[in-house]
Ligand binder design. Structure first.
Ligand code: AGP
Length: 611
């Protein structure tokens, strides 16, 4: 998501920090900043927007000093602005942070009660205040950082400098990456290897709970218990481009594999298991308002529209509220019926898609309450919305949406539970059960990714096919649509996604021995399973090749299909999150084997900001 870089040595740090941040630009960001320490003085420069804005300020009035930290921010708490950009400071302390502090609101309340005044809307600023208090209590900087992280719940890669301790950077990590770059007479820290590659290829990967004290001469690492530890130094031979992709050949592949983390970030801090409820920061719909809703209208395009179709199943089942899923490009040009009792939800990775934005504005103008489910805070859609649920997937660079889709599904499930509780259609116990299912999802995604070798074999066999058909029923219908979209957009193979029940109404005419048919057939819900077996029989009877995505323990469909991809069994409404992943991998490997430009497929743009 965000990027961190730090330097301590004998050179001026500001230009090194800015050039390190440039190497992280590919990750996406909305603001940036550096903090440099010089003879017990802290100098901070920050700027919203592109890095050149920061660079211009640094060049105009360069902060002097041989030690500093820098950051590119991708907003999660608080809009993109100079004040919300990192580094955040309090008294003598400056911090940069990647991750999310879940308990920042309660910590802020406690700190305010002690007289602290906050100058940003971010969760990160809490770190600067906590560390400063610990220093004032007489602790050394490393112990002050330890003292602060003991009070924090959440994820972090954190780097800290202090004007009263001007020769060392202290950094620590928990569930967000942090590396150390080692060199003669100078050392570096970074969230990602590319930031330091031009200076050193000797890299130490910090482990969970590690805390490092970095000076120009050496690096000392301590584990969570505070014991000194040795972490291996690795020589990194990646080209800068390989490093940006974390060693993966394409961003899309990296983003597929990032999904356990991305989904965990969507869930983080939102599931109240004991209460059987969901917490969305800034939620502003009163119980009366939620009870008075008569309809939800989801507005979206492409992959985001598919997640809307899955969301319809979730919300209607758990909150018993009618949901219509509209193609934004169609909605905006009709005369839609919108009432003040309607909730319009725009779903968008980018938050900038022109059709979705126009449809959303139209629904709002006609009186609907406007909510966005979006990956980019501060985007046009979140600005238009009265309330936004951020998916927190981190920047998605591959044109084909992958982690954006699965994080949207998870956000929609959280929303369905929240609405179900508020409307009284879910008991505390039922909500707890749904939330427990959600907690299992990141682990299940890790499991399902292990199917990649099986998917690759299928890709090799069918990479030269002219057409593909994808079939799914019930909650798997949007998965079939998404599987087909993914394949066509990056492999350029014609692919259709259909609800299984529609096959007899037309697509069955296409089936012959050359036609691969991907059937998504989890055992739940049972009614869909029974019916999709009928579809499989129909395909077989016409010589079509069946590639079935099935539950791990399913022998029945395994006995019918030509190829099977086994996935862990999830509950019916969450199974789309799991079942989509083999289809993403299938599209990826077919496209890659055909030699296509996977990340930038022809004719497509990442963000469709024109009609
Ligand atoms: C997905 O792989 C596509 N590239 C595309 O369909 C995309 O989902 C659509 O353009 C909507 O984008 P958004 O989520 O940023 O609004």
């Amino acid at each position: 998501m965000c990027g961190i870089v730090g330097y301590v040595g004998d050179k001026e740090s500001a230009p090194i920090l800015v050039s390190g941040l440039k190497k992280l630009e590919y990750r996406g960001y909305d603001s940036a900043g550096v903090a440099v320490v010089n003879r017990n003085q802290l100098n901070v420069v920050r700027a919203t927007g592109k890095l050149r804005n920061l660079e211009n300020r640094v060049v105009a009035d360069q902060p002097q000093g041989n030690i500093g930290i820098g950051h590119t921010r991708w907003a999660t708490h608080g809009r993109p602005s100079d004040e919300n950009a990192h580094p955040h400071t309090y008294k003598n302390v400056a911090v940069v942070h990647n991750g999310i502090i879940e308990n920042h609101l309660s910590l802020k309340t406690q700190l305010r009660a002690k007289g602290h005044v906050f100058s940003s809307e971010t969760d990160t600023e809490v770190f600067a205040h906590l560390i400063s208090d610990e220093l004032e209590a007489g602790k050394e900087l490393p112990d002050a950082v330890r003292g602060a992280i003991e009070q924090v719940k959440g994820t972090y890669a954190l780097a800290v400098v202090s004007a009263t301790d001007p020769h060392r950077i202290v950094c620590t990590k928990n569930a967000s990456p942090m590396v150390l770059g080692l060199s003669e007479g100078q050392n570096f820290i970074a969230s990602d290897v590319p930031a330091v590659l031009e200076h050193t290829r000797d890299i130490v990967y910090m482990e969970e709970g590690d805390l490092a004290i970095v000076t120009a001469a050496k690096v000392d690492i301590f584990n969570r218990q505070g014991h000194p530890v040795n972490r291996a130094t690795r020589r990194i031979d990646w080209t800068p481009m390989m490093a940006e992709k974390g060693g993966y050949k394409h961003f899309m592949h990296k983003e597929i594999w990032e999904q356990p983390r991305a989904v965990a970030d969507t869930l983080r801090g939102r599931m109240l298991l004991t209460e059987g409820d969901v917490h969305f920061e800034g939620w502003n719909l009163t119980p009366e308002k939620v009870r008075s809703l008569s309809k939800i209208t989801i507005l979206a395009c492409g992959t985001s529209w598919h997640s809307g179709v899955a969301g319809k199943h979730m919300i209607e089942t758990l909150a018993r509220l009618p949901v219509e899923v509209e193609l934004a490009s169609e909605f905006r040009y009709r005369d839609p019926i919108v009432e003040s009792s309607h909730l319009a939800i725009a779903i968008s990775q980018s938050g900038e898609t022109a059709d979705t934005l126009a449809a959303f504005k139209e629904a709002k103008a006609r009186g609907a309450t406007a909510m966005a489910i979006c990956n980019v805070i501060g985007s046009a859609m979140t600005r238009e919305a009265e309330f936004s649920v951020l998916t927190n997937a981190g920047p998605e660079i591959g044109v084909a949406s992958t982690k954006a889709f699965t994080t949207q599904l998870v956000a929609l499930y959280l929303l369905a539970v929240k609405l179900g509780r508020m409307r009284g259609t879910l008991s505390v116990a039922a909500a707890q059960e749904h939330l427990t299912h959600l907690t299992e999802i990141p682990k299940m995604i890790e499991e399902v990714l292990k199917c990649e070798p099986a998917v690759k074999r299928v890709a090799r066999e069918f990479m030269n096919s002219q057409d593909f058909l994808f079939l799914g029923r019930g909650p798997m219908h949007p998965v079939a649509l998404e599987g087909a979209l993914k394949l066509k957009e990056i492999s350029y193979i014609h692919a259709e996604g259909y609800a299984g029940g529609e096959m007899k109404h037309g697509p069955i005419a296409l089936i012959d021995e050359k036609m691969p048919v991907v059937v998504i057939a989890p055992k739940k819900p049972h009614v869909a399973y029974e019916k999709i077996i009928g579809n499989i029989e129909e395909v077989r009877a016409r010589g079509g090749k069946v590639i079935a995505v099935i539950d791990e323990d399913d022998d029945q469909v395994a006995g019918l299909a030509d190829h099977v991809i086994r996935v862990p069994a999830a509950c019916a409404l969450l199974a789309p999150v799991i079942a989509t992943i083999p289809l993403q991998l299938l599209a990826y490997h077919v496209a890659e084997m055909r030699g296509n430009d996977v990340d930038q497929p022809r004719n497509l743009a990442k963000s469709v900001t024109v009609e």
